[in-house]
Design a protein around this ligand. Structure first.
Ligand code: SF4
Length: 318
């Protein structure tokens, strides 16, 4: 078994093991299951109940939701309604030049603010529906970019990824392959030499979009492995989360930490309003104020775009 597959199995998967590990009683089992890789868990300060990494993986309490749901509106089980933009199972097509494939239903980590936590993964499996997906992309010559998402596409084995990437590369009008992943930072062991070879041996332009919300997530192991991919385009997208990264200092440290590793801060997403994530919501006014401060504090190339998926359109706010 590869080292990363060993790590993928060695995760905290329920409240009991999580409470034991963190010496707390804060974890409860809820409908969105707990999944915390030990590589990520070890970065958390067990003595700090407000640790910014801990807050991302701690399920909401019933008490919290009962209190707050009456105060916040617009939350639902599927805020982005991805299914409405899926002409073929496993493929989402919202914009003319690009399609997103649900390459895997598995993630290395379960983030409690995830907008796809209720997604119908059983219906959307790009690998099992590849034939129909290939026909759809062939029939739409305006598509020049394929995005691998999920779940996390890097939860696929190297062998499966290689097969999928070479199939995509055979479509003549596809020039760019974008890979959205949180595994790379949550389980740095996932960046295997075989994966590096696969990403370097395709004619497609590869854009690796990492998902990092706080500077503390960038461990020594992550810094070592991501540098092996610095010949690719490396971008980061974060979610603006109350209690995690909603201060000027946290956002500044994140941008500077990313840049030191050759990663450009790309998007800062406003929270997608999924049920159970109410406690992560910031007011729009505070988000805009933080972003303005960030622009004053940092060079322009270190300031991510503030964006929101609104009425099924991806809007750049600032
Ligand atoms: S890794 Fe991405 S898809 Fe998976 S739970 Fe976290 S935010 Fe959601």
């Amino acid at each position: 078994m590869n080292n990363w597959q060993y790590h993928l199995r060695n995760t905290l998967k329920d409240a009991t093991s999580s409470n034991d590990f963190f010496q707390t009683q804060a974890f409860k089992d809820t409908t969105f299951s707990i999944k915390i890789p030990l590589e990520f868990a070890k970065l958390i300060d067990k003595n700090n109940p407000n640790d910014p990494l801990l807050r991302q993986i701690l399920p909401p309490t019933k008490k919290f939701n009962t209190v707050t749901r009456s105060n916040v509106s617009g939350f639902s089980t599927e805020p982005l309604m991805d299914g409405k933009f899926s002409p073929v199972a496993g493929l989402i097509h919202k914009y003319p030049n690009r399609v997103l494939l649900i390459a895997s239903q598995v993630c290395a980590i379960h983030c409690q603010y995830c907008f796809r936590q209720n997604f119908d993964y059983a219906r959307h499996n790009a690998l099992s529906n590849w034939s129909a997906i290939k026909d759809y992309i062939h029939a739409h010559a305006t598509i020049d970019e394929v995005i691998l998402s999920g779940g996390d596409p890097l939860s696929l084995s190297d062998e499966k990824l290689q097969i999928l990437i070479s199939k995509i590369a055979q479509i003549p009008h596809i020039k760019t392959l974008r890979i959205h992943t949180r595994s790379a930072v949550a389980t740095p062991s996932r960046i295997t030499q075989q994966l590096i070879n696969i990403l370097n041996n395709t004619h497609l332009s590869i854009v690796l979009v990492l998902h990092i919300n706080h500077a503390n997530e960038m461990s020594v192991a992550f810094a070592r492995t991501i540098k092996k991919l610095n010949n690719l385009t490396l971008l980061n997208q974060s979610v603006l989360l109350k209690g995690v990264n909603d201060t000027l200092q946290a956002l500044t440290d994140l941008s500077l930490g990313l840049f030191a590793l050759g990663i450009l801060p790309y998007y800062l997403h406003l929270l997608d309003k999924v049920d159970g994530a109410e406690h992560f919501l910031l007011s729009d006014e505070r988000a805009v104020m933080l972003h303005r401060q960030l622009k004053k504090n940092l060079s322009g190339y270190l300031v991510p775009k503030l964006v929101r998926d609104e009425n099924n359109e991806f809007k750049t706010w600032l």
